[in-house]
Design a protein around this ligand. Sequence first.
Ligand code: NAP
Length: 291
Amino acid sequence: MAALNTRVDAMTLRFGLLGGSLPHTLSPQIHNTLFDARMLNAIYLSFPVTADVLPSAMEVLRQNFSGFNVTIPYKEAVLPYLDELSELASACGAVNTIVVGERGDLVGHNTDGEGLLSALTEAFLPSSDAEVLLLGAGGTARVAAHMLLGRGCSLTLAVRTPEKGEALREALAAHQKDGGRRIRVTRIEDLPYEEDRYDLLVNTTPVGMYPHGDTSPVPEGVVARCEGVFDAVYNPPETQLMSLANALDIKCAGGFGMLFHQAVEAQRLWFGKAPQAKVLRELRRDLATLV
Ligand code: NAP
């Protein structure tokens, strides 16, 4: 790889990740590896900022950057600074990717949904009438629910806080022609129900994430009722939930694919086209070893 002092110059396009605390983020490695593979004169850095400087950080990014990602805790907080929102970002009320236009206008997108669908396509895309058990009611659950409902799936939202589950159900129902008949809410601790079977379980809670890798959001009895398991958690690469699925011979996938594909989708938005599929397959395999 070329040394930084020859690779980075006055024309280098700047991209970055705006978030709170970012010591473990893999986004710089993923994006810079993609830039190198595409031979783009671009660089990606992480920008942890405190909430009090968010307004000035947004102005600096607007004036100096071509695009950036946004992560916890600013996915909703950046909305007032944006000039335009994609349909999904608007429906979800959250943004993870911003494109800076030539005149400094900021367009917000949410690429987590595409990331999830691409990762599921690689692993086991649920059929359009699948029954999905979705764990969690936070930002990732909201995006996942929009994408899965958009495919025609039915959802059981299994949540820790019933009021949050109900609020999510109502917000999702407002975008559904059938008024949300395909969405029901239950308490995660009440699972499993004897009669229930699911085509897919999607975990969007942080349960099982490093350094709490020995915990699962649901017990074996729930996993056994599912045909496939997708865990949005990507560190560790095999979560306790995935271990339970593997032991039961149930197909499963972890969150690294989603992380990788949301980054690829962000680059498609920034540059107008995605890297070639063959390049992506190789990079994805190499980058997975980072986790
Ligand atoms: P979030 O907005 O904070 O939502 C987390 C949800 O999990 C909330 O509904 C919360 O319940 C629930 N929860 C937390 N602890 C729980 C527990 N012990 N039992 C049951 N439910 C619990 O977080 P997020 O942004 O959606 O992120 C969630 C996870 O997805 C994180 O691990 C993140 O790393 C991962 N993620 C992965 C990718 C990827 O590309 N692979 C992308 C985005 C996020 P309450 O509603 O009761 O608070």
